[in-house]
Design a protein around this ligand. Structure first.
Ligand code: GLU
Ligand code: ZN
Length: 278
């Protein structure tokens, strides 16, 4: 079986060193195995994505010397394929129409500051409202009959498991008419034939739910590598809003992209999070 890895950034901001670390390790693992490295532009959040950020992603990868083995898959082009998956779940009676606003969910749960509230299932069993009220489609996890504790194989850490219901019943289709991240992500990992998902350990928490969706939809189970994170000088995680730490800023400062890629590739993909002095 050919190893296929992917880099799946969202063009909602400029990439930073942590993204470069992901892309470098995804490329390196594919190259070492004689496999393929693919690019996916996760541009389904139509209010936050910008063509300029997409252009910057392509420029950043070229600067790092990382060449995907196929043209990028742009998720906004795959809406009909994603919708067909949702319709299949509607027909199977596994999704319900949720009209709740985030504010209403939080008000009902009275969370502490900064806490995210699992969706309590308020709208479970409801059909779409007849009066045109906007609604999201949520997956009824209990109805799937699948185990809410899901296993996966991490290529560095071995067998892992975790709960798929940490956030409650997940949204699969958003009120704005676009697929939600989890649906689009598993659909496209399958469509691109991805066999190894390389991404930061901050995303490990979403893997049990994505494994459940793969099982529900009959998609193959990829292996995973949830790599260490790169930190800013003050020890915080890098974020897209840190303008000075972006790859675009390093490029403009004349940093050598391929030398940087070599340096990132020489670091172990796992271990404690770390700050890289440039
Ligand atoms: N688009 C996601 C992000 O940029 C990555 C999703 C993934 O790798 O599964 O955070
Ligand atoms: Zn609801």
């Amino acid at each position: 079986m050919t190893l296929v890895t992917r880099f799946a950034p969202s063009p909602t901001g400029l990439l930073h060193l942590g993204h470069a670390f992901s892309a470098v390790h995804a490329t390196r693992l594919a190259r070492e195995a004689g496999g393929r490295f693919l690019l996916r532009l996760e541009d389904i959040d139509r209010t936050r994505c910008r063509p300029a950020f997409e252009a910057a992603i392509l420029a950043d990868l070229a600067w790092l010397g990382l060449m995907p083995d196929a043209p990028p898959l742009r998720q906004s082009d795959a809406r009909a394929r994603h919708r067909a998956i949702l319709e299949q779940l509607v027909a199977r009676g596994l999704v319900y129409a949720c009209t709740c606003t985030r504010g209403a969910i939080e008000a009902a749960a009275a969370p502490h500051a900064g806490e995210t509230v699992p969706y309590p299932g308020t709208c479970r069993g409801r059909p779409p409202p007849a009066d045109g009220t906007p609604f999201a489609w949520r997956l009824d996890l209990a109805q799937t009959g699948l185990s809410l504790v899901q296993q996966w194989q991490d290529v560095a850490a071995g067998p892992q498991q975790g709960r798929a219901d940490l956030a409650g019943d997940p949204i699969l289709w958003r009120k704005d008419g676009w697929p939600a991240y989890h649906l689009a992500c598993v659909a496209d990992d399958a469509a691109q034939g991805v066999t190894l998902v390389v991404r930061g350990r901050d995303l490990a928490a979403v893997t049990p739910l994505q494994r459940l969706l793969q099982e529900l939809l009959g998609f193959p189970a990829p292996a995973y590598l949830h790599h260490r994170l790169l930190l800013a000088a003050d020890g915080r995680r890098l974020a897209k809003r840190d303008r000075a730490e972006t790859l675009a800023a390093l490029r403009e400062r004349g940093v050598d992209g391929t030398a940087l890629a070599d340096r990132l590739g020489a670091l172990a993909s796992t271990g404690p999070d770390l700050h890289l002095c440039l």
